[in-house]
Design a protein around this ligand. Structure first.
Ligand SMILES: Cc1cc2nc3c(=O)[nH]c(=O)nc-3n(C[C@H](O)[C@H](O)[C@H](O)COP(=O)(O)OP(=O)(O)OC[C@H]3O[C@@H](n4cnc5c(N)ncnc54)[C@H](O)[C@@H]3O)c2cc1C
Length: 394
């Protein structure tokens, strides 16, 4: 029996799966996305929801990543104005802050340069007489406050919007539909998935594994032996409390270990995150730990005295997501955040696994992936350029 064939089949309906579907459909390819639960059910609804260059990646000299993310931020502000909003970010510098003011100033100057010195990359020192407007930020030992700009989104809505854009270009979505087996057959894969208790089979010219923290589980479903990267899953938790920060987003460092923690406005409340702890186990079962919640509460109260007496009972919601970081020496926090494409065979790649990545860079990642691997697919007439596709709420 002749199987139905798609040029590209994507496993995973997170931001990367949606992004690759959009990029492939824009290049004129036939595309099918399989998502086992719902769109953005995994990490893509549990991020810090920032569309940013990643100021702190400058410290580990990841300049290309920062430049790319700032470029993508500019594109998203243009193409998705209802979903991505530029926000002031405040960095308070106290006597005991680990990075001195000159270092922050140098970092922000470089950030601005990498962002093409556009108006959106400007920064300034907030005058002392305006400190009272900073949402109750503690003034004791406060030396300086820097203000710069980055953007905030709703990660789940963004993922849904990218998938809608892909579908408007002809991509198909099967959901809930779980990949159960993939078998290489010459220059394609025979893919089997389960939907409503039924097994469905078809052929994929290129199979993209965009399963986030499940990537290596998906590789376990490939019938022949394929190589994989050893990864660590790093859990990051956010908490949400009643209250408000009206001026923007505060970029603080946790008193306990000096890690970056953001205090953000979120749907009329305050969101604080994130943490980092190793996670072992089923990605579907990840959940916030009490010690993570206490760590975030402590950080919030440290900078905003009115929250000092808040306790676990004051947390109205919390969620945890998982970063996928290839296993190399060094602390999880300083590891490179570049996205890795890992293939089944160098000479004729038909299975590409996406390791890592950032919400912000999803479009650039998807474009790179399609440009790198489209040579194995039939020639098609491009129908759109993702750089110019509007992303809308409905
Ligand atoms: C705590 C935290 C904060 C972050 N903050 C930011 C931020 O502020 N800004 C930023 O740019 N990036 C941020 N990131 C990174 C960003 O969120 C991730 O890179 C991105 O969401 C990963 O998306 P994904 O599509 O690869 O994975 P996921 O969103 O996890 O999607 C994978 C999907 O695959 C599906 N799936 C798995 N197995 C199967 C199967 N067998 N069959 C069918 N479907 C399957 C899952 O259900 C899931 O929906 C953050 C990450 C974390 C963990």
């Amino acid at each position: 029996m002749k199987l139905r064939q798609y040029d590209v089949v994507v496993v995973g309906g997170g931001i990367h799966g949606a992004g690759v579907a959009q990029a492939a459909a824009a290049q004129g390819h036939t595309v099918l996305v399989l998502e086992q639960t719902s769109l953005a059910a995994g990490t893509s609804s549990r991020s810090s929801k920032l569309i940013h260059g990643g100021l702190r990646y400058l410290e580990s000299a990841q300049f290309n990543l920062v430049r790319e993310c700032l470029h993508e931020r500019a594109l998203l502000l243009k193409n998705a104005p209802d979903l991505v909003e530029l926000k002031p970010f405040y960095i308070p510098i106290y006597s005991e802050t680990s990075r001195p003011a000159w270092q922050i100033r140098a970092g922000l100057s470089l950030y601005s340069t990498l962002g093409g010195l556009s108006g959106d990359t400007r920064f300034k020192i907030v005058s002392k007489r305006d400190w009272n407007q900073l949402d109750g930020l503690d003034h004791q030992d406060l030396k300086k406050v820097f203000r710069y700009y980055d953007a905030q989104t709703d990660d789940k809505l963004l993922t849904e919007a990218v998938m809608r854009s892909a579908q408007s270009l002809g991509a198909e979505l099967e959901m809930p539909a779980q990949l159960v087996e993939a078998e290489r057959d010459n220059h394609s894969y025979i893919v089997r998935y389960q939907k409503n208790g039924e097994q469905i089979e078809f052929r994929a010219g290129l199979l993209i594994n965009a399963a986030g923290p499940w990537v290596n589980d998906v590789l376990n479903k490939v019938t022949h032996k394929v190589s994989r990267l050893a990864v660590d899953l790093i859990q990051g938790t956010h908490i949400i409390l009643e209250g408000s920060v009206n001026q923007g987003i505060y970029y603080t460092e946790a008193p306990e270990d000096k890690r970056a923690v953001f205090v953000m406005p979120w749907k009329g409340k305050i969101m604080v995150g994130t943490t980092e702890s190793f996670y072992h186990g089923n990605p579907a079962k990840v959940h916030p730990l009490t010690k993570e919640k206490n760590y975030l509460l402590q950080t919030l109260g440290y900078y905003f005295p009115k929250y000092r007496h808040h306790s676990l009972q004051d947390i109205v919601d919390s969620f945890a997501g998982l970063r996928v970081l290839p296993r190399i020496e060094g602390s999880a926090f300083s590891r490179p955040r570049d996205t890795i494409f890992h293939t089944d065979r160098a000479d004729d790649p038909r299975l590409v696994t996406i390791y890592g990545g950032k919400l912000t860079a999803y479009r650039a990642t998807a474009e790179k992936l399609m440009n790198e691997f489209r040579h194995v697919l039939p020639d098609r007439q491009a129908v759109a350029d993702t750089k110019n596709l509007a992303l809308t709420l409905q």
